[in-house]
Design a binder for this molecule. Sequence first.
Ligand SMILES: [Zn+2]
Ligand SMILES: [Zn+2]
Length: 241
Amino acid sequence: MKQITESVFFIPGQDEMIPDSHVYLLGTADSKDLSLIDAGLMGKGRYKIESIQKSDVSLSDIKRIIMTHTHLDHIGCLGELRDAIPHAALWIHENEANPLEKGDENTVYGMNMFESMCQAQYGIKPGDFCFPVDRKLTGGEALEIGGATWQVIHIPGHSAGSIALYQPEDKILIPGDTVYADHAIGRFDLHGASGPQLKKSLLALADLDVNILLPGHNRIMANVPAGYIKQTAEQWGPYLS
Ligand SMILES: [Zn+2]
Ligand SMILES: [Zn+2]
């Protein structure tokens, strides 16, 4: 686990054939009010828990898991994390929380072909990703968690219930799979995705003053150049209409 700022820690994903999402831990150690952002791929929960245990952080201080969205590479090991920290609440945007609670796994797998492939490869069954959600986010919330304020921004496009978390004081943006380093953006061909919505969401993020970009995959960015997200949105604009 790497420390990014006083209140943000980073556990890098361990990609396989399918990527494993990064996990971020938010909150100062003395706040005893920590949040995990995302989980990761199946089988990738244990090393993340061990990584936390090797630090000064106590698992009992982790109060919640907030999902940027519920694709398989983010939610695959949510069950493993919940076994290790059963007291942690689960917060997800309502657009993905409601289907998930009903056992609708279309967003989890994104496409039918992927569903049967993953179920065969990982031995997972229909219904494995049906979780009760403790708080359904809508976007617009200001979360007072772990000694900081994080704004929830609904950014549909990559998936219907994608959210970003933004901390204005330190100019930190956690955009899930919507925008990455190296001018890359999330795919927009899966269930619930939309190119035009993704374009709108990128333009909304472009209005933020961002110094540290902590995406769901690939490298993280410190000292983000001014206009980086705007340039990325403009570069991809023709493909998103
Ligand atoms: Zn995704
Ligand atoms: Zn992802």
